[in-house]
Design a protein around this ligand. Structure first.
Ligand code: EPS
Length: 367
């Protein structure tokens, strides 16, 4: 079966983040500005850390693209970490030469509750918490956003659009409330989480399947979103609230023309897209690096201590909305690839047109 796959690599303060995308059709035109614009969107947001003043993310491509058009071969995406210049000794891939200089020269032994620090050193047998936190860092999401931008280019050929936005930050749902909550958390040297919503329009009925658990589109979207750093909850459509309603108030009745009166299911029934907009929400916990640190234990001595204090975001919910958008786009593009097949983008477009033609006596594209 034709499918898309993504393998990523890279540490937060190492030389670069890398993503290798396989399964793209040949002939898909990519726009460098569109990818870089998503990378910039991910860096913005009211609660972001000073780290973002050091980074100006842009994509480099090492393979799979010629003159802006995919070759149908593995596409290698690279996002450099500009901050690496401050960590040349500390994050040197090879044994560093010369006297220790810059950042990352001393082992970190103060695990932060809520970060990868403690579980990571126990699992992998590290003495320096840095060896765990570097890969676990949400810096890694940059290359996922680059891959998501590629997925969006593919989906655009099929008339599918995916948009993510924050809907709550620190429990506040208005722009002003979100800013005030962020200011207050910053003043208290604390952090916040929030909720984002991603909506995909133009998705035809029939992506995903009930045949196997792993084929279900809702399960795949939940996996894609839960795999993002700091996510603790995912819901589709009316999600958890559906559990509190009667059946008569929980489903989407069908009118002639097969339109729906509501979209409580969030565009997915039995693991298959039903032609309505796909609506998914994800909840991010407050960031675990606090300027007013939580209680912890020094791993070097076993004595009570305060967790590591580093520069950090107060909240990164706006960035998370861009990352969630990329994750949903990636998963929808993968499902579309599986449904439509094709080695060249013209084959994909023709298969899509043929499929919409086959169901056209019953279902018409919305809007
Ligand atoms: C992160 C910690 C901070 C964030 C980082 C995610 O990095 P640093 O330790 O370098 O200040 O800034 O996010 C990014 C760098 C980014 O580009 O999103 C963490 O521990 O997850």
């Amino acid at each position: 079966m034709v499918t898309l796959s993504l393998v990523t690599a890279g540490e937060s303060h190492g030389p670069a983040l890398v993503g290798i995308v396989t399964g793209l059709p040949a002939g898909l035109r990519l726009d460098r500005d569109a990818i870089d614009s998503d990378l910039r969107r991910r860096q913005q947001g009211y609660g972001r850390s000073p780290r973002q003043k050091l980074e100006s993310d842009e994509v480099e491509v090492l393979s799979g693209l010629r003159h802006g058009v995919t070759l149908g071969t593995p596409l290698t995406l690279v996002v450099r970490n500009r901050d690496h210049r401050n960590w040349l000794w500390g994050m040197s891939p090879w044994p560093p030469e010369g006297e220790p200089t810059g950042k990352g020269t001393k082992p970190v032994t103060l695990p932060r509750p809520g970060h990868a620090d403690l579980a990571g050193v126990l699992k992998y047998g590290h003495d320096d918490v840095r060896n765990a936190l570097e890969r676990a860092s949400a810096r890694h999401t940059a290359v996922h956003v680059a891959a998501g931008a590629v997925a969006k280019a593919l989906l655009a050929e099929l008339g599918v659009e995916v948009v993510g936005r924050p809907v709550e930050i620190g429990g506040e749902a208005t722009d002003e409330g979100m800013r005030t909550a962020t200011d207050a958390a910053r003043a208290h040297r604390d952090t916040l989480g929030g909720i984002v919503e991603v909506v995909a329009t133009g998705v035809p009925p029939g992506l995903g399947s009930y045949a196997e658990k792993a084929d279900r589109l809702d399960a795949r979207l939940a996996f894609a979103l839960m795999g993002i750093q700091a996510v603790k909850g995912v819901e589709l459509g009316d999600g958890f609230d559906l559990a509190r309603r009667r059946g008569s108030e929980a489903h989407d009745e069908i009118d002639p023309g097969l339109s729906r009166r509501s979209n409580r299911a969030g565009g997915i029934e039995a693991g298959i897209s039903n032609g309505e907009p796909i609506v998914v929400r994800a909840a991010m916990k407050p960031l675990p690096t606090l300027m007013k640190p939580l209680d912890s234990v020094d791993l070097a001595t076993g004595e009570p201590a305060q967790a590591l204090v580093e520069r950090s975001d107060v909240q990164a919910v706006e960035a998370f909305a861009v990352v969630a958008e990329a994750a949903v786009a990636w998963e929808l593009a993968r499902a579309a690839r599986e449904k439509l097949g094709g080695d060249a983008i013209v084959d994909v477009i023709a298969a899509h047109r043929h499929y919409l033609g086959r169901i056209s006596d019953r279902w018409q594209p919305r809007g």
